[in-house]
Structure formats: C-alpha cells, structure tokens
Design a protein. Sequence first.
Length: 86
Amino acid sequence: MNTRIVEEFPKTAMNRKATDVWTAATRGPVSLSDHGTSRFVLMPRDMFDDLTSRADPRLVRATADTPKEEADALLAVLDDVINSDD
C-alpha cells in the first residue's frame, strides 16, 4: 500500500479551509503542519485500519533461544565492529 502524503496543510487550514483538508484526506494521507513541521496525519479510516492490522515482522526471543547460525553470524559482525579501526 502506498502511504505517501497527498497534501500538506498548515494547522490554520483546519479553521479556514476545512473542506479542502477533508477533500484531500479522502484521497490519502494529509499532513498538518505547525510552523513548517509536520505534526499530524489525517487519512481515510480504511487506510488506517490496513496500516494498523499488519502483522509485526519483528521477532522477540530469549538469547538462549537464538538459533546457532544466527548467533554465530551476529557474533562475527560484532567482532568485526569491535576490531575495526573506525
């Protein structure tokens, strides 16, 4: 799913151009900014539901449960970092 910001509006647009903000938000994510810094994003509910319902690809496990191949690869990279001159 493409979640690029469709338009950006200053926060004052919520009072002065609410219809423009609403119309843009029906097409995709809209950024609301304050002094040029993006603060909030408005988006259609179905897009929000899709983003929040995705499975988290990260995996959490105890160190003791790490497969040997992954542990060896991690240790090799850590050794390289520790022993590098950078």
